[in-house]
Structures are given as structure tokens and as C-alpha cells.
Design a protein around this ligand. Structure first.
Ligand code: GLC
Length: 518
């Protein structure tokens, strides 16, 4: 069994990876949409922040029905984001700054504007172009072929003009590919090589648990049961067949020099099933959403989520990953109830063993924007729920860089595809105090290599040591005494502290011995 306490080795095992939601990061041409030139210009911010890598959400050709997760050409840059030359220049600039770049790959579905889907609609029922997707015959009573539901709401089936049904686990504009088709497998291997040849350091695999569907399209209601994570076991998610695809992809990654890697966005019913995605011959990492979903009003549950994620990764020897926010969930400054608690959570996360994923803007303490006007919203979740679910636009509002500038420095013209709240002036990168906390923590974190050892602690307090770092998190709701002893010097606190008391919703790092901060 691999030694999980040995966290040295490839870069990704301990990396801090920063998610760039490209549309909302920085706009280089003033049209109000973030792009690759804007990203390149702002890369020094990420170098100074101290992250190791960036993950870019899809910037490929797309009608943008789902923010680019509806790809119509996997080998080209969407004109709203720039050109392939802009990508190459951005990648070279990132590498010059010592930043690695991983990019999204979206293999579960294409856009309905993809040439393959156009051909499929023109093909006859049962024809070869339809075989690349999941088409089912027209039904006598006009009801969908089964009870599968779209993640975005409503049935997962839509009728083509000739009456056949096609499957889309997300929006109707995102038809699911049929991974039993050799065309699909060959095409995606080519797509991976296209970007690896350009020099990307790896991939974030979208819906990595979804590509294979249970044979015969069995009803979800018949097989559904509650998994340990509260996720239902469904005939279209986490089917055993996906592992064969990931093994083939691992071989491709390993055939390139320079520690190329892949991280799965995978939802599985148990931590053990999730760990299968990171077996030594599969993907390098999988996102761990259990920590993100932990109930912060229940400190024991937060601790249990940490233990369960570390233990689930042990048998396969993969590093754990930690994430508090991303482009699909409510920003944690809002979700956890306060900026104080958000920063306490971040400082806890940054002390944990393994790799961390940060979402753009969390280093500024950005909250979710809850009051976007209906006419500004773009998320298909909002449309498919008839407006009852606000969707994910509130965590995708363009970043504020500079307090007094047009669009807070996001674009020179002041354009912004979603409106920024005026109060973000105080949170802009040139004003934010949270950014200093992240910088200091990311720097100190580089010295940490050891496994986590819990200490006995008062109720509501999480207290552990890694190497010389002691991390104390007060989630008890009231002040607690700080640990005392020689060398117990607080080197970092998620908010100012006074004397020997740790206020509620505060994390401190105490170093029992001197560590390098370089
Ligand atoms: C993933 C993405 C999400 C997207 C969905 C469909 O969950 O993170 O943003 O909507 O896949 O591609």
C-alpha cells in the first residue's frame, strides 16, 4: 500500500490550484466578457498570491448556453475569449511565471451546435451519426423513454423533429455523447493530445462520473437508493464502465513528459467509490465535495468530513483535495454566514494535507451576489426552474480589481456581462485585507509536508498539528483560550486576535518551531 504520509513527490500532490472562471476574471478587450488576454495581463496577481497552478473553465467555441460547458468545437477558442494564439501566449506567460495551467475537458456532452449533433439530427433513426449520441425511438404516447431527470430540472430527454428522443443530463442544448461509440473515444483522445501538445499541464474532467449509462436505460426509480453522501445511486452516474475510459486517458497523460495530471469532477455515492477514480492507473485527483458540503454549525461534522476524506484516499495513495467554493456553488463567504467564518474555514483548509482548489475572488472575500436582476441572469438552472432556483450566476459576477476604476478594473470600458455590486469597491484586490491572509497562508503552507494529528480539544474546537504547525479553529460560538506553552507563537490568524483568547469563528496557525516562509 502506498504511504499516504509521504506527501512529497509530483507537484499536484500538494498544489494550490486557482480556478479561473474565464468569463469573469479579466476582460482584455473591453466587451464586458473576460478573455485570455485579460487573464494573461492579470497572471502576476496569481503568482504574487502564491498558487502553483490555474484551472481554466471552458474557453472553447460554444454558444454559451451553459457558460461554455456546451462545446461546439473542442479544438478552438471561442471568439469571445480570443484566439488559439492568445491561448498560446497566455500559457507561455503562465509558465514563465512558474504557474502551471490545467484546462477543462467536457466529455459527457457536446453542444447541440456541434457538427456531430447537426449531422445526427440530419441522419435517419438508427443511423451512424445518431449512434454518437443517445437517441431512442419515438414513443406511442409521446412520453419520454424513461424517468431520467436533467440535473438542471425537468426530463433528461428532448424530442428531435422526427419524434426520436435524445438524452441530455443537463440542458437540451447539451446532448449526451454515447461512449460506446468508437468515434467518441477516438475523438476525445485526439482532443487531449491537441491540448497536451500545446503544453497544458493537465485537465479538469467535467462530469467524469457521467460518461457511461447503464445498459438498457433502466428507470432511475427502480435502481435508486440513498448513498452515504446522500447521493442517489443512479443508472447514469458512477457506472463501473467510466473507469476504463479514465485508465485509457491516464496512459495518454503518462506518455507526455512533465507530470501532466487530471482531476475528476466526480460525484459518487460513497467516499470509497470516489476513491476508485484516483486509483494509481486512473486519474490523479478527484474533487472532494464532502468537505464543501459539511455543516459548519456542526464542528464534529466538519472534523468527520476531514477524516473521512483522508481515510478514503489512503488505500489508493492519492492526495486528498479540498475546496470551499467553485463556479457551481454559493460562495462560502455567504454560505457559511460571514466573512469571519469564511476566512476561518479557508485557513483551516490551507492547513490540511493534500491539494487545495481556490475559486477566483475568494481571496478577496467576495460574497455571493444574491440580488442580480432577472434580466441579467444567464444560468440555464434559472430558466429551467422557471426562476424558482436562482442558479449559479451569483458566484460568477466579474471580479473587482481596482476600487476606483470602471467595472472595478475588470474591463477598461466599464462593461461587465453581469452587474457588479457597488459595495465591491471595498473588496477590490487593491483594498482587500483577505488577500493578505491568503498570501501569507499559501506561503507558509509550502513548508508543510506531514500527516495530520488531532489533539483533544474543547467542544466546538478543531485542533491539530502537521509538522510544526498547530491549527486551532474555534467553531464553538464563543471565545476559547488559546493553547499555551513555550514557542506557541501565533503566526497567522484569520482575523485580528488580542491576547490569549481565540474569538468565535476564528482560526489561528501556531508554529511550535521556526519554519521557512519562502
Ligand atoms: C459541471 C460544471 C457545471 C456545468 C455542468 C455541465 O458540473 O461544473 O458548471 O453546468 O458540468 O457541463
Amino acid at each position: 500500500m502506498p504511504d499516504i504520509s509521504d506527501l512529497s513527490g509530483p507537484w499536484w500532490r500538494t498544489a494550490a490550484i486557482y480556478e479561473v472562471y474565464v468569463r469573469s476574471f479579466a476582460d482584455g478587450n473591453g466587451d464586458g466578457v473576460g478573455d485570455l488576454i485579460g487573464l494573461r495581463e492579470r497572471l502576476p496577481h496569481l503568482r504574487d498570491l502564491g498558487v502553483d497552478a490555474v484551472w481554466l473553465t471552458p474557453f472553447f467555441r460554444s454558444p454559451m448556453v451553459d457558460g461554455g460547458y456546451d462545446v461546439s468545437d473542442y479544438r478552438d477558442v471561442d471568439p469571445s475569449f480570443g484566439t488559439l494564439a492568445d491561448f498560446d501566449a497566455m500559457l507561455a506567460a503562465a509558465h514563465d511565471l512558474g504557474l502551471r495551467v490545467i484546462i477543462d475537458v467536457v466529455p459527457n456532452h457536446t453542444s447541440s451546435a456541434h457538427a456531430w449533433f447537426t449531422q445526427a439530427l440530419q441522419d435517419l433513426p438508427g443511423g451512424p451519426a445518431r449512434a454518437r449520441y443517445h437517441f431512442r425511438p419515438a414513443t406511442a404516447d409521446g412520453t419520454p423513454p424513461n424517468d431520467w431527470e436533467s440535473v438542471f430540472g425537468g426530463p433528461a430527454w428532448t424530442q428531435a423533429p422526427d419524434g426520436e428522443w435524445y438524452l441530455h443530463l443537463f440542458d437540451p442544448a447539451q446532448p449526451d455523447l454515447n461512449w460506446d461509440s468508437a468515434d467518441v473515444r477516438v475523438e476525445f483522445e485526439g482532443v487531449l493530445r491537441f491540448w497536451l501538445d500545446r503544453g497544458v499541464d493537465g485537465f479538469r474532467i467535467d462530469v467524469a462520473h457521467g460518461m457511461v449509462k447503464a445498459a438498457g436505460y433502466p428507470a432511475a426509480g427502480l435502481t435508486g437508493q440513498i448513498g452515504l453522501l446522500g447521493r442517489r445511486v443512479l443508472p447514469y452516474f458512477d457506472q463501473d464502465g467510466v473507469h476504463e475510459i479514465h485508465k485509457a486517458w491516464r496512459k495518454i497523460l503518462d506518455s507526455y513528459p512533465g507530470q501532466r495530471m487530471a482531476v475528476a469532477e466526480a460525484w459518487a455515492s460513497t467516499p470509497q467509490r470516489l476513491a476508485q477514480y484516483t486509483a494509481p492507473d486512473e486519474l490523479h485527483q478527484a474533487f472532494n465535495f464532502e468537505f464543501l458540503q459539511a455543516d459548519w454549525d456542526d464542528p464534529a461534522a466538519v472534523r468527520a468530513s476531514i477524516d473521512s476524506c483522508i481515510h478514503a484516499a489512503e488505500p489508493v495513495g492519492a492526495p486528498t483535495t479540498w475546496v470551499l467554493s467553485n463556479h457551481d456553488v454559493r460562495r462560502h463567504a455567504t454560505r457559511l454566514g460571514s466573512l469571519e467564518r469564511a476566512n476561518a474555514a479557508a485557513l483551516l483548509m490551507l492547513a490540511l494535507p493534500g491539494s487545495v482548489y481556490l475559486y477566483q475572488g475568494e481571496e478577496l472575500g467576495l460574497p455571493e451576489v444574491l440580488d442580480l436582476p432577472a434580466q441579467a441572469r444567464q444560468d440555464p438552472v434559472w430558466f429551467r426552474s422557471g426562476g424558482s432556483d436562482p442558479g449559479r450566476d451569483g458566484c460568477r459576477v466579474p471580479l473587482p480589481w481596482q476600487a476606483g476604476a470602471p467595472a472595478f478594473g475588470f474591463s477598461a470600458t466599464g462593461e461587465s456581462w453581469l452587474p457588479q455590486p457597488p459595495e465591491w469597491a471595498a473588496l477590490a484586490a487593491d483594498r482587500s485585507s483577505t488577500v493578505e491572509l491568503y498570501r501569507a497562508a499559501l506561503s507558509l503552507r509550502r513548508s508543510l509536508t506531514g500527516a495530520l494529528r488531532w489533539h483533544e480539544s474543547a467542544p466546538g474546537v478543531l485542533d491539530f498539528t502537521r509538522d510544526g504547525l498547530r491549527c486551532v479553529v474555534n467553531l464553538s460560538g464563543g471565545p476559547v483560550a488559546l493553547p499555551e506553552g513555550p514557542g506557541s507563537e501565533v503566526v497567522l490568524a484569520s482575523r485580528p486576535i488580542d491576547g490569549g483568547t481565540l474569538p468565535a469563528d476564528t482560526t489561528v496557525w501556531i508554529f511550535a518551531r521556526t519554519v521557512s516562509t519562502s
